[in-house]
Design a protein around this ligand. Structure first.
Ligand code: CP
Length: 303
């Protein structure tokens, strides 16, 4: 699944539709069986979960996936208490953890770490748990799995991604996965939030985009990454997922957000109660997808 280490998951470009189908059917098995409970016995494997950037959903879902599979997790959460505080580099940290021979590495990091180069230096698979602006493949997979669960298939769905696409690794991974699974992606948002040269259609009006979409996905406004300030009030009025703005979205469509949500900016709290809203089911899917990826790529090594 990656050019450097055949069992690593750094991006989704080289995946086939059949491979994604296999991940989804393993996840289905975990959803519907007792295996989804915590394993009572360890499987004798270890996975190092290295989170150099903040995370709630991804970190804890990988940890839950490890617990359900009987994998012992080795955790590194941020710099505090590690030798990063003494000036050790991120790369050296990863190589030192890899020298302890865990069965796989799960890494969340910024663009300053080259996961592709690291994957050719270590012997175990690396699972990308959110890598700078490059990609968040497990998030796109869990989103697609959620779409398939509620709409029956991903093929030919029309996913409108609204908001801060320019800084979004989630959007980057959806551009890749859309080609694999055959769904359409379009964008909507203020010009300064969109890619300078979008590779997919852009709707200038949220209402037009919502009329087109079978899935409406809001992204977190990453104000910490913008150089110019932007009025959050104006953003909410034009692009926010408010009860009023979502009236144009079909009753059968899904409302999604990868989280964390800035409530009252890109999504109002009332929208979380909308029956079309699948934000929490996305999180549940995340555990199943990560369980399936660990099982296939890190334990069985057969994907
Ligand atoms: N969606 C997502 O990656 O959330 P976290 O940053 O909380 O892991």
């Amino acid at each position: 699944m990656s050019s450097r280490n055949s069992h690593s998951v750094l991006d989704l470009q080289s995946l086939t539709r059949e491979q994604v189908g296999r991940i989804f059917s393993i996840a289905d098995g975990y959803a519907g069986s007792d295996v989804s409970r915590l394993a009572t016995k360890g499987c004798g494997k270890t996975g190092a979960l290295l989170f150099f950037e903040a995370s709630t959903r991804t970190r804890l879902s990988f940890e839950t996936a490890c617990a359900r599979l009987g994998v012992h997790p080795l955790r590194l959460d941020g710099k505090a208490g590690t030798s990063l505080e003494k000036g050790e580099t991120l790369e050296d940290t990863v190589l030192n953890v890899a020298a302890m021979n865990p069965d796989f590495l799960v890494i969340r990091c910024g663009d300053d770490l080259d996961l592709a180069a690291l994957s050719s230096q270590v012997s175990m698979p690396i699972l990308n748990a959110g890598w700078g602006k490059k990609g968040h493949p497990t998030q796109a997979l869990l989103d697609a799995y959620t779409v398939r669960k509620y709409l029956g298939t991903c093929e030919k769905q029309k996913i409108l991604i609204v908001g801060d696409v320019r800084h979004s690794r989630v959007a980057a991974s959806h551009f890749e996965l859309a080609k694999v699974l055959g769904y359409e992606v379009a964008l909507c948002g203020p010009a300064e939030f969109l890619p300078e040269k979008p590779s997919v259609p852009v709707f200038s009006s949220l209402q037009e985009g919502l009329s087109w979409a079978t899935v409406a996905m809001a992204l977190r406004v990453q104000l910490e990454r913008h150089e110019t300030s932007y009025s959050l009030k104006d953003y909410r009025a034009a692009y926010g997922f408010t009860v009023e703005n979502l009236k144009k979205l079909s009753a059968k469509a899904l409302i999604m957000h990868p989280g964390p949500i800035n409530q009252g900016t890109e999504m109002d709290s009332e929208v979380l109660q909308d029956p079309r809203c699948k934000v929490l089911p996305q999180v549940t899917s995340g555990v199943l997808i990560r369980q399936a990826l660990i099982q296939l790529n890190c334990l069985e090594e057969t994907l």
